[in-house]
Design a protein around this ligand. Sequence first.
Ligand code: GLN
Length: 232
Amino acid sequence: GNDAVRGKSFVIATDTTFAPFEFRDASGELTGIDMDLIREIAERQGFTVDIKALGFDAALQAVTSGQADGVIAGMSITDERKAVFDFSNPYFSSGVQMAVKADDDTIASYEDLRGKTVVAKTGSEGLRFAESIAEQHGFTVKALDKADTMYAEVTSGNAVAVFDDYPVLAYGIDQGNGLKVVTPKEQGSSYGFAVLKGNNPELLAAFNSGLAELKADGTYHDILVDYLGTNA
Ligand code: GLN
């Protein structure tokens, strides 16, 4: 346990759907790697969490506006975000990749996107990456708040590709979402738990202590295996 946080309750914001990091199971319960990590760390460090699944961009805004104490949402640790947030130690290494409809054989590279529309999540690294190459390759980027609407744009043919984090694409494809990846993954960042810069330092410290403990005793690995199986 940790005296600075013991008995305290913190509001933790997260994404609505970013499987396998956060999503609702068949009974509607919020589950996933991030949820298991924050709940287990809270229990061991002696604090409680009130988790609010707001959506990715909304979760970040909830922290910047003081409506939430922290965010865990598969959030990439980037230099730009470090101006606004303090991040925990990294807990998962990730990166952006492109996916297209499984039966689409017309898009095999970024060059094939010319004149087309792609989608990515509002406020995400995937969106940032797509925008960074959009002009060069002559395609349009549409930002959407939620994973389900974003993926539906591709399966319905309104967009030809989605840019998202590769573990999330891999998990969705494995679950039969009707997409496939055709390009290599881009160099990416790691995920971290975040608080508003200069705020809640005791919560951040407790997260780091808890994470170190979960890594040391194998719980962290068990959580990954629960969701990623042998890919963990
Ligand atoms: N890792 C990505 C980012 O931080 C996407 C996170 C998400 O969609 N929940 O921008």
